[in-house]
Design a binder for this molecule. Sequence first.
Ligand SMILES: Nc1nc2c([nH]c(=O)n2[C@@H]2O[C@H](COP(=O)(O)OP(=O)(O)OP(=O)(O)O)[C@@H](O)[C@H]2O)c(=O)[nH]1
Length: 146
Amino acid sequence: MDATFLAADPATLLVVALALLDSSDRVLMQRRPENRAQGGLWEFPGGKVEPCEGPAAALVREIAEELGISIHESDVTPLTFAASQADGTTRPIVLLLYTCRNWQGEPVPEPGAAIGWYETEALGALAMPPLDVPLAAALHLFVKNP
Ligand SMILES: Nc1nc2c([nH]c(=O)n2[C@@H]2O[C@H](COP(=O)(O)OP(=O)(O)OP(=O)(O)O)[C@@H](O)[C@H]2O)c(=O)[nH]1
């Protein structure tokens, strides 16, 4: 594998993502804008953890940026994670998935993005990044067997 791109920044990318659950156990999913990496795919809202930032703080920040809603660190609960290898063009990723049932505000997608509330059994029909497939399966199990 040509991994020269890793020489510039060898660190694994830490990404946090949120399964925001409503009172009917539906989850909010977000479709990435077409002009971004993995454009058009449905994912859990979230993003990269910045240097010196804790994962829960990163989640609070990303959710405010992407959906315009407020969540509190004390309301997010780790559920599971997924990890990928470097594939020649991207760094290795560790993706941490949290759940949350409390928020303030009305979720609004960023320009170019879309959002929707889905039953967890419907997630398998969405086009998702590969890392999200096991996360969605774990979320479905969690919702059905809390
Ligand atoms: N937010 C999020 N990112 C995911 C998921 N699954 C997945 O493979 N990723 C990948 O993890 C990385 C997160 O990057 P991002 O672009 O969302 O992060 P960000 O909001 O900090 O973006 P920025 O670089 O424009 O500031 C992307 O490579 C994205 O494709 C997911 O469910 N949620």
